[in-house]
Design a protein around this ligand. Structure first.
Ligand code: HEM
Length: 108
């Protein structure tokens, strides 16, 4: 719902130092996150992923809500060797909200 999406937009401020979304978004320290929910991991054109992310992609990782929630809670624990230097989101509510926000944004 709209309230959750707006909460998620606030939570996304924690991601913005590295990630962009929306029309005209570009990869920076991290890859563009347009349409990331339901997408294959490690698949943004031109972004240089870690070996760990490439291996997960080769194993068929899809960013569904379950995988995304686990990754965002503890990135380095979820994926040993990821180059995403982010401690993680502590609250389940923040994770749910940011996922709702990511669902709501696309580059189109
Ligand atoms: C990768 C989400 C915060 C840097 C990713 C991926 C997602 C994601 C879904 C995988 C993308 C893909 O498979 O194409 C988020 C969210 C954040 C956040 C929702 C905030 C809650 C950050 C921050 C940084 C960062 C703060 C930089 C300090 C990166 C990098 C990668 C990445 C470098 C590539 C990882 C690798 O190749 O191992 N992020 N991120 N992220 N993120 Fe983040």
């Amino acid at each position: 719902d709209a309230e959750l999406v707006s909460k998620g937009e606030k939570t996304f401020k924690k991601c913005k130092s590295c990630h962009q979304v929306g029309e005209g978004a570009k990869s920076k320290t991290g890859p563009v996150l347009n349409n990331i929910i339901g997408a294959s991991a490690g698949n943004v054109e031109g972004f240089r992923y870690s070996k760990a992310m490439k291996a997960a992609a080769a194993d068929g990782l899809i960013w569904n809500e379950t995988e995304m929630a686990a990754f965002l809670a503890k990135p380095k624990k979820y994926m040993k060797g990821t180059k995403m230097s982010f401690a993680g989101l502590k609250k389940d509510a923040e994770i749910d909200a940011v996922i709702a926000y990511l669902r709501s944004v696309s580059g189109r």
